[in-house]
Design a protein around this ligand. Sequence first.
Ligand SMILES: N[C@@H](CCC(=O)N[C@@H](CS)C(=O)NCC(=O)O)C(=O)O
Length: 209
Amino acid sequence: MLLYDCRTAPSPRRVRIFLAEKAIEIPLREVDLRHGEQFGSEFRAITEDVTVPVLELDDGQRLCDIIGICRYFEEVHPQPALFGSTPLERALIDGVQRWCDREGFYAVMDAFRNSTPGLKNRALPGPADYPQLAALAERSRSRIERFFERLDAMLGRSAYVAGPRFSIADITAMVSVDFAGWIKMTPAAEQTRLHRWLQAVRSRPSAAA
Ligand SMILES: N[C@@H](CCC(=O)N[C@@H](CS)C(=O)NCC(=O)O)C(=O)O
């Protein structure tokens, strides 16, 4: 088994944290995204999406999606359960995880990629080039403000974003908040519930994975 990784990128970090929570160790192979290694013929042969993470199984099959990879590990190493333990818990966690992805992770990605000078024409990851849209970066920044507000409210109702226990939704949310720091967006000081949770999740050993 092998995980194609990039130490500095937020997407593979989500998988590394998930693995650390489950105490699973697998070999990592660094892909140098900064210097365009993902566009070389070698990596294109690994995934036509030209993104990391990619999990290569021992029989050569590959998984190229963050949640797909995490779901696979949840099935083969069910404990600790990070997608929930009961039908209701699983449904709630799936919904919150998807919301954190959509309104957190993708909003930050859009804000970052549509405003960073070094990513001209690379407004989306993947094999196709797309021009940056300044208005999209601006709109995404206001979505991130709403994301912080709603997270703070959710964390007033439960210890973790999708309920009383740490789950994959917390990983998506924490990595999204950290990623927002790249564009100098951080939760307001008065979002105290969000800060309390951030301190708790950032101090888990998995956060350093
Ligand atoms: N298919 C991936 C996409 C992950 C993704 O966007 N990865 C970024 C790193 S955070 C990437 O590989 N970017 C390559 C690039 O910018 O060219 C997923 O599971 O969501």
